[in-house]
Write a protein that binds this ligand. Structure first.
Ligand SMILES: *Cc1c(COP(=O)(O)O)cnc(C)c1O
Length: 415
């Protein structure tokens, strides 16, 4: 080894291995080097006792997996390239031809689309249940049912289900249940221990794209379990479908993770303040926010999420009709009075200056999206009580007074 060009690849210099810094290193690899053939043949990746291939894990992804598992109160975690990929990983790991999947009617939409697309193509059927009615779930479970999805609160319409009741139905009937825990983020409640006695879900997925990343610049998902055999099943499907994450993306999430509780509480406090203010506006028919009495499932939210605050502080500056303790994320929806046409509501959204039009949520930037709810619901469309248009807000980290002023000027454009 004398030629300079070979030195560019095989230079013998090794830096001292005593480097310690607050942040984890970004270990990038497809190839992982083994010291000898024996190690290559025997090294094991499934239990994280060694490294074999980039897809199976690097120090960077192992560290993020352990931290997300700890955040959620779980024991095993796999990382996938998006929140939707986390849903797909669970479906693909647990369902086979002839099985049936039950999904809450108000679940994250693309998860429903996956069931209607690839899962149906594989001979896996699905039905929608009303997440606010445990009896409806119980009635829909049959010998074919192999997986039940849960989500709290419901996507866009924000109904907060009685999670313990739904989990209890699944346990009684011996069906695995998985929660989309993106809203709770492992902070609002412990999905693996809903009653303080260990009753909880089997699997919790999150779109790390939202609060764990916090920047609107990373797509990533996680699948967390507490049972080793179930965790392995998820991991084997993860490996066979090749859905690893990039080291730079994992590092971005690791960098923002330590501030997640503070950010979550800041988003929450601002959202409650704005939700309470909108609740009193004459243009607004209703505000859908779990911490607002009268919002669907408020009592369930209160029972599960209002016991304590993440950082021990109360939510300040919130009108008295809103519960001022507990944890509730920075997301809520309003339904406009029926007298406003959907074109007028579109104009309201267009008139907002600080709130940007865009999907996803959980970042520092406030966002707004108008939705047509009847076209998004199957099993519960008949119960949707409103004729007005719904608008969903993600409350970012801007000063809440500026956000309120922005909403006020845009509401002024309605008349
Ligand atoms: C955003 C979101 C997802 C999907 O996450 P992506 O990373 O965008 O694929 C899944 N579930 C919920 C509740 C979400 O809000």
């Amino acid at each position: 080894m004398t030629e300079p060009i070979t030195h560019l690849i095989h230079h013998p210099y090794q830096p001292p291995n005593t480097f310690v810094a607050p942040q984890t290193g970004v270990y990038k690899a497809s190839t992982v080097i083994f010291p000898n053939v024996a190690a290559m043949r025997t090294r094991e990746w499934k239990d994280k006792s060694g490294y074999t291939y980039g897809l199976h894990g690097t120090p960077t992804t192992f560290i993020l997996e352990e931290r997300i598992a700890a955040l959620e109160g779980g024991l095993q975690c796999v990382l996938v390239p998006s929140g939707l990929a986390a849903i797909a990983n669970v479906d693909f790991a647990l369902l086979a031809t002839g099985d049936e999947l039950l999904i809450p009617d108000n679940a994250y939409g693309p998860g429903k689309v996956l069931a209607a697309g690839e899962l149906a193509q594989f001979g896996i059927s699905h039905r929608y249940y009303d997440s606010m009615d445990a009896a409806d779930l119980a009635a829909k479970i049959t010998h074919k049912t192999k997986l039940v999805w849960l989500e709290a609160p419901g996507s866009v319409t924000m109904e907060f289900p009685d999670l313990l009741a739904l989990v209890t139905v699944c346990k009684q009937r011996g069906v695995l249940c998985a929660i989309d825990n993106t809203w709770g983020a492992g902070l609002a409640f412990n999905a693996f221990d809903l009653d303080g006695k260990g009753a909880g879900v089997d699997i919790s997925i999150q779109a790390l794209t939202k609060y764990p990343s916090g920047g609107g610049d990373v797509l990533m998902g996680s699948v967390v379990t507490r049972d080793a055999a179930l965790g392995l099943k998820i991991k084997l499907t993860h490996m066979r479908t090749g859905v690893g994450v990039a080291a730079n993306d994992a590092e971005l999430v690791l960098r923002n993770l330590p501030s997640i509780a503070l950010r979550y509480q800041a988003h929450d406090a601002a959202a409650r303040q704005l939700a309470a203010w909108l609740h009193k506006r004459p243009e607004v028919e209703t505000v859908l926010h779990p911490a607002l009495p009268g919002s669907p499932g408020h009592q369930h939210w209160k029972q599960l999420c209002a016991q304590q605050n993440i950082a021990g502080a109360a939510i300040n500056n919130v009108a008295s009709e809103m519960v001022t303790h507990g944890n509730a994320a920075g997301l809520f929806s309003i339904v406009f009075k029926e007298r406003y046409t959907s074109a007028q509501v579109d104009a309201f959204c267009d008139a907002l200056k600080l709130f940007k039009l865009g999907y996803s949520w959980g970042g520092h930037l406030s966002l707004v999206v108008p939705y047509d709810i009847p076209s998004m619901r199957d099993a519960t469309v008949a119960h949707w009580p409103y004729r007005g248009t719904l608008v969903r807000f993600n409350i970012g980290l801007e000063d809440v007074r500026d956000l309120q002023a922005d909403m006020e000027q845009a509401l002024g454009k309605l008349v």
